[in-house]
Design a protein around this ligand. Structure first.
Ligand SMILES: [Zn+2]
Length: 213
């Protein structure tokens, strides 16, 4: 059977993006360019594993004014997982979500938290609906964490500056995973690995004593 794209080479794999059998060359050329690859595609995962990293321009690195060290990442690992999961939760109902949507959402979130951190309130919600959903999901997650902290009447507070640093860390992850393809989804795949449906998880343990963050 010939490839559904070039109609010439032998079809070697089922492409879940176009739902047809295609050849490996057309997969390589079309992947994240003309083909809207589902995050779960095994060939996409394989390609990301073998991606040749573009030489990242250090000047273009997001949030260069914010130092983030191993200690910060270690201390805040649970927060990072929660925000990462929330971010993916905002994207997951959009089958056509791209890394560029996540990058837009992060830019708006960083702008918002930089302003909050300076004592002002300014919500820079993105116009793009996919980015807007991711933006809302992350904000809702931060509010939820703060509500739990208040209800527990103890534990460390969650300052805007810590949220900001986690957001900058995520910006850098997206920056590092960008393979330059217009429909790149490497960062979304990364986010998806941390996704947990917290509401569902809580319903499952509803009878158990409340777990406080
Ligand atoms: Zn082909």
């Amino acid at each position: 059977m010939p490839c559904a794209i070039c109609k010439t080479a032998k079809a070697k794999r089922f492409c879940p993006g176009i739902r047809e059998d295609i050849c490996t060359a057309c997969c390589g050329v079309g992947r994240e360019r003309t083909i809207d690859c589902p995050l779960t595609c095994e060939y996409l995962a394989e390609a990301h594993r073998h991606e040749k990293q573009l030489p990242a321009d250090p000047d273009a690195m997001p949030g260069k004014d914010i130092p983030i060290d191993e200690d910060f990442l270690h201390t805040n690992q649970y927060l990072i997982v929660l925000l990462t999961s929330a971010m993916f939760g905002g994207a997951k109902s959009h089958a056509n979500a791209l890394d560029s949507d996540a990058v837009t959402a992060l830019e708006s979130l960083v702008t918002t938290y930089r302003t909050l951190n300076s004592g002002l309130f300014y919500e820079a919600k993105p116009v793009n609906p996919i980015a807007a959903d991711m933006f809302d999901a992350v904000n809702a997650c931060v509010e939820d964490i703060r509500r739990r902290i208040r209800e527990a009447e103890s534990g460390p507070q969650l300052p805007d500056s810590v949220v900001l640093n986690v957001l900058v860390f995520l910006q850098r992850m997206a920056f590092g995973l960008n393979n330059g393809r217009p429909k790149c989804k490497a960062f979304l795949v990364f986010l998806s690995q941390f996704y947990t449906d917290l509401k569902q998880a809580e319903e499952e343990v509803a009878e158990e004593p409340k777990v406080i963050l």
